[in-house]
Ligand binder design. Structure first.
Ligand SMILES: CC(C)(COP(=O)(O)OP(=O)(O)OC[C@H]1O[C@@H](n2cnc3c(N)ncnc32)[C@H](O)[C@@H]1OP(=O)(O)O)[C@@H](O)C(=O)NCCC(=O)NCCS
Length: 149
């Protein structure tokens, strides 16, 4: 797998909007068109496409969202239904964590998921996220502390 993250631009945003999850996953993540709308008008929110070589396979968004000023979040993560279970989600998470770590203000990274999203729960736990016990918008909150900060 040669996963790489790229900015959303005028050249690839239409393709990003066309990505979709499986029917039984629709409740787990907002549609990409909505996420791109948020990214366009909120400050400090960064949308990225997940590529395998030059093929767009998924989407993620990170930043310091307006609902929790100052804290770094991975706000969205999705891999297109036709590209799931190839390792893209996990590798994209590893890469975005490294990207966020470069922010010197970042002491921890937060993420949330539907309580019955077992694939997400395990994926994040494998990467070191622990559940904080908080619930935001009926979603379980998990956090990755950055060592030494
Ligand atoms: C969660 C999601 C991004 C994972 O993407 P992915 O590219 O399929 O994940 P990966 O291929 O990297 O797999 C990561 C692990 O999850 C497991 N996994 C992935 N999909 C799975 C499924 N449907 N059922 C069981 N296990 C699954 C993989 O086997 C792998 O396990 P391993 O690390 O022990 O080998 C993808 O399932 C998705 O888009 N889901 C819908 C949206 C969503 O839930 N987003 C997260 C919102 S918080």
């Amino acid at each position: 797998v040669s996963v790489n993250l790229r900015k959303i631009t005028k050249d690839n945003y239409r393709e990003c909007i066309k990505l979709s999850v499986a029917d039984d996953q629709v409740g787990f993540v907002a549609p990409n068109v909505r996420s791109l709308g948020e990214a366009a008008y909120e400050s400090d929110v960064y949308p990225l496409a997940i590529y395998d070589d030059d093929t767009m396979a998924g989407f993620l968004m990170y930043g310091r969202p307006p609902f929790e000023k100052g804290n770094w979040w991975i706000i969205r993560l999705m891999v297109d239904r036709n590209h799931q279970r190839k390792g893209y989600g996990k590798e994209a998470m590893r890469q975005v964590i490294e990207l966020i770590k470069q922010e010197e203000t970042c002491k921890f990274i937060r993420i949330s998921y539907e309580p019955h999203n077992e694939v997400a729960r395990k994926l994040y736990a494998d990467l070191g996220f622990y559940e904080t016990g908080e619930v935001i918008w009926e979603e379980t909150v998990a956090q990755l502390d950055i060592e030494g900060r």
